[in-house]
Ligand binder design. Sequence first.
Ligand code: BTN
Length: 226
Amino acid sequence: MRIKEVVETSSTNDEIKRYLEGGEDIILSARRQTGGKGTKGRSFLSEEGGVYLSALFFYDNLPAARAFEIMAHAAVAVCRTAVSFGLEPEIKWPNDVLVRGKKLAGILIENELRGEKIRASIIGIGLNVQNDVSALGGIATSLSAETGKKISVEAARDELIKNLCHKDSFSEYLSFVRFLGRDVLVTEGARQYTAVPLRILPDGRLEIRENGAVRALSSAEISLKL
Ligand code: BTN
């Protein structure tokens, strides 16, 4: 795997797009980002002390319907990294990684489609290591805050890269999911309601029970604290 490191860029997800033509898998990491991107058009705080990286992976024959596998792989790689530092992470569907209820990492995936297939995907991960996350108002945490030790950014990055290059399975993803069976708050567009998440289907949809009716959600935001 080719690994490239830069000190600063606006967004590793954007910078790595210049390698889309090449067709070779590559990982790009930056010490800081000036325009870090989050999901839903949000920005992502990317000050020195965190790991900010994007992996560009090419696929020969991956149907777009299996896009969830890429998300699951990224979340498992972050979880394995947290475990290697002695933590007990959990996945909040679909791919937020939390430790003791606080967000340890953000994942932004951008896929390049060719017809019904995913030709390439950009897996962007921002992992809080020893950066100050207090500006995020208590919703985020870091490896150092959780372990009580100053974790080196390089050690965290190397571990994350190793885990991204490793194969994993849907059952490993499920092993980090702990919120099933208890009430959560679901935000689906403008609608907010309480439901019980029952299981995650292999295609990534979340099956929920709301007022006795069972259905599967393709996308929604869930909040674990009611
Ligand atoms: C989120 O939680 O909203 C997703 C955040 C994703 C942040 C990472 S940092 C590396 C890569 N480059 C970006 O601009 N975003 C992703």
